[in-house]
Each structure stands twice: as structure tokens, then as C-alpha cells.
Write a protein that binds this ligand. Structure first.
Ligand code: HEM
Ligand code: HEM
Length: 306
């Protein structure tokens, strides 16, 4: 499903490039022109928007499937790391794309998200200026985001995805429980390919239906002197924005996300015993951890309530 959505992104993205102009004075008008004067322009934009949203959701589901079937041990360790890198690129493809329409929504969302970086100790302002390619969101930011979005990230995605698939092959295919003997195996063609084809068709039909029914958002042209109240980060960063209400920004914007990132990427290298992979929620330790996690959540809830 992720591969199908990425193909939709590449095809619609290339089509959008024909009319999009990456300059603050012209970007918004080029989107209006696309929507109002180009045949199927609005549909192409909607397809790009909705597949971007579902890309994040489905990659996350893939991550969870890999996690809960324990498919990140042994020969698959490094493939997990590659997966996390792919996930980050997808998030940043979404993030850089978000600015491109240059409307009030995108302009202020990028402002809010990048201003969180300022809380990084010592290098906060420097980091923010590097990402914005200047002191504030402006001409250079749009051009840099555009080039990352339509050049660097797609190339990285293709390269790392090829590596990711090769590692799946190297590991002998996807994880299967030890108990399953080779007698149970069936040939890939037509069994797997037919199922994947059907899933792809359903997914494409779903994204098209959504794109026909609901337009990608577009507010009025970006106005640096007038911020909407409240200005919101893109939906996938809203958790971080929400945390800022409860914790000091240093914790919510930097320390907690960095800890989550490091724990996720190095997860396969934490040393714990695994008897069997390929079975959902198999290990006893996993079950105990689940209980502990629930306990911690309860404590955190009562702490916040106090
Ligand atoms: C994983 C891949 C990609 C993701 C997640 C992604 C995501 C996005 C998002 C979220 C937007 C804002 C859409 C909106 O207005 O709501 C956008 C816009 C845009 N993207 Fe992509 N994109 C991807 C790949 C590409 C590629 C490969 C190209 C071209 C080579 C491209 C070209 C564009 C252009 C020109 C826009 C501006 C038009 C618009 O905002 O409607 N994108 N992208
Ligand atoms: C662009 C994003 C991604 C694409 C296109 C992708 C694609 C795939 C495909 C097609 C497979 C083999 C079939 C399957 O297990 O479903 C696979 C396996 C795998 N993926 Fe991903 N993946 C992506 C992101 C991720 C992420 C975010 C993670 C985890 C952090 C991850 C970790 C793995 C692992 C460890 C395997 C091997 C699983 C096994 O052997 O059972 N991938 N990936």
C-alpha cells in the first residue's frame, strides 16, 4: 500500500510541477490557476494531498505490524533502521510540501513548527535559520523546501526503498513463524501478487473517491502580518504542539521527541531474548511491558491531573 501511495505521489507531483511556481509572489496564484483553469487540476492536487495523508497512516501501520510480529531481530535489524529513515523522509516530504501552496494555513503551520526548534539549547536559533534558509519563512525558505520536496527527498526515497526491499530479500523474505514448515508455502505468482493487485485497486479507488468528494484545503494567500488564532502545526506535529501545553518547551519540543526517535531507531539493538518471531504479540515480556506501559500511563495521567 505504501508503494502504491508513493507511486501516486510521484505521478501527481510531477504533474503539479508543470504549473507550480516556487516564489512567494506567484506560488498561491499558481495553485489557484491549477485549480480553476487546468482540466483535472483540482483532482490532481487532491490526489496528491490525500495520498500524502494516508502515506503517513499506512507507514505507521506497517511499522506497527513489523514491531508486533517481532520482525526486527537478527537479519532484519538494519532493515528496521532503514525503515525509520524512510518514515522520517515521508514526514519531511509532507512537511516541505505543506508550505508550497503558500496560503495562511501552510505559512503559519511552518512558522509554528520551526519556531519549536528555537528551544534547542545553544544551537536553537542557528538550527532554525538553517532550516528556514534565513531568519524567517520567506523567498529562500520556499525555494529550499521546493527543491527538497521535488528533488532531494524523492531521490533519497527511491534509493533507500530499493535498499529496504533488497534487505527483505536478503533476510529470506518476510518473517514467518518457525512452526510453519515449507509444506505450507505457495508460489508468489499468482497467490500473493493477485492479493496485492486487489488491495492496490481498492486503495486507488478509495483515494480517488476521497479526492473527488473532498478538496485539499486552501485558505487566503499567506499574510506574514496577520496570524490566524490559534496558528496550528501540521496534524502529524500536533502531538508535539499539544505537549507544549503540559511541559516546558525544552522537554516537549526537543527532549521527548529526541528520546522517542532514538529509542525507535535503536530498538532492534536493545538486547532482549526472542524465541519466536512472526507471531503477533508473542513474547511474555511483551505482554508484561504492555501492562507496565499502561501503569505508567495511569501514573502520568494522575500526575497531570494533580
Ligand atoms: C512521498 C512523497 C511526497 C509527499 C508525502 C508529498 C506531500 C505533499 C504535500 C502534503 C503537499 C501539499 C499539498 C496540499 O496543498 O495540501 C505537496 C505539494 C506539492 N508537491 Fe508533493 N509530496 C511528495 C512527492 C512529490 C514529488 C515527487 C513531487 C514532484 C516531483 C511533488 C511536487 C509537489 C508540488 C509541485 C506541490 C505543490 C502543489 C500543491 O500544494 O498542491 N511532490 N506535496
Ligand atoms: C517508504 C516506506 C516503506 C516502504 C515502502 C516499506 C516497504 C516494505 C515492504 C514491501 C516490505 C516487505 C513486505 C512487508 O513486510 O510488508 C517491508 C518489510 C519490512 N519493513 Fe518496511 N517499508 C517502509 C517503511 C518501514 C518502516 C517505517 C519500518 C520500521 C521502522 C520498516 C521496517 C521493515 C522491516 C523490519 C521489514 C522486514 C519485515 C519482515 O521481514 O517481516 N519499513 N517493508
Amino acid at each position: 500500500m505504501v508503494v502504491v501511495l508513493i507511486c501516486i505521489q510521484f505521478i501527481t507531483g510531477l504533474l503539479l510541477r508543470f504549473t507550480y511556481e516556487p516564489f512567494p509572489g506567484r506560488a498561491y496564484d499558481s495553485i489557484l490557476h491549477l485549480q480553476n483553469n487546468i482540466v483535472f487540476g483540482q483532482l490532481i492536487r487532491n490526489l496528491h494531498h490525500w495520498s500524502a495523508v494516508f502515506l503517513i497512516i499506512i507507514v505507521l501501520l506497517h511499522l506497527l505490524r513489523v514491531f508486533f510480529t517481532g520482525a526486527f531481530h537478527g537479519k532484519r535489524q538494519f532493515n528496521w533502521v532503514l525503515g525509520v529513515l524512510l518514515f522520517i523522509i515521508i514526514i519531511f516530504s509532507n512537511f516541505t510540501g505543506y508550505l508550497l501552496p503558500w496560503d495562511q494555513l501552510s505559512y503559519w503551520a511552518i512558522n509554528v513548527s520551526t519556531s519549536m526548534l528555537e528551544y534547542t539549547p545553544f544551537i536553537g536559533t542557528f538550527l532554525m535559520e538553517i532550516i528556514l534558509a534565513g531568519k524567517e519563512v520567506g523567498n529562500s525558505t520556499l525555494l529550499v523546501f521546493y527543491n527538497l520536496h521535488t528533488g532531494i527527498f524523492p531521490i533519497l526515497l527511491i534509493l533507500i526503498m530499493a535498499f529496504h526491499f533488497w534487505r527483505v530479500r536478503k533476510a529470506g523474505g518476510v518473517v514467518v513463524p518457525k512452526s510453519e514448515t515449507e509444506d505450507n508455502y505457495v508460489s508468489t505468482i499468482p497467490n500473493l501478487v493477485a492479493k496485492e493487485f486487489v488491495v492496490a485497486l481498492i486503495l486507488i479507488a478509495f483515494i480517488f473517491t476521497l479526492s473527488i468528494l473532498f478538496n485539499a484545503p486552501l485558505l487566503e494567500k499567506a499574510n506574514p502580518n496577520f496570524s490566524p488564532n490559534p496558528a496550528k502545526a501540521p496534524w502529524y506535529f500536533m502531538g508535539v504542539q499539544e505537549l507544549m501545553i503540559h511541559f516546558h518547551p525544552l522537554f516537549s519540543a526537543i527532549i521527548i521527541p529526541v528520546i522517542i526517535f532514538l529509542t525507535t531507531i535503536f530498538l532492534p539493538y536493545f538486547n532482549y531474548d526472542t524465541e519466536e518471531n512472526g507471531i503477533w504479540f508473542y513474547s511474555n515480556k511483551g505482554k508484561k511491558l504492555e501492562l507496565m506501559q499502561q501503569l505508567c500511563l495511569r501514573c502520568l495521567q494522575s500526575f497531570l491531573y494533580c
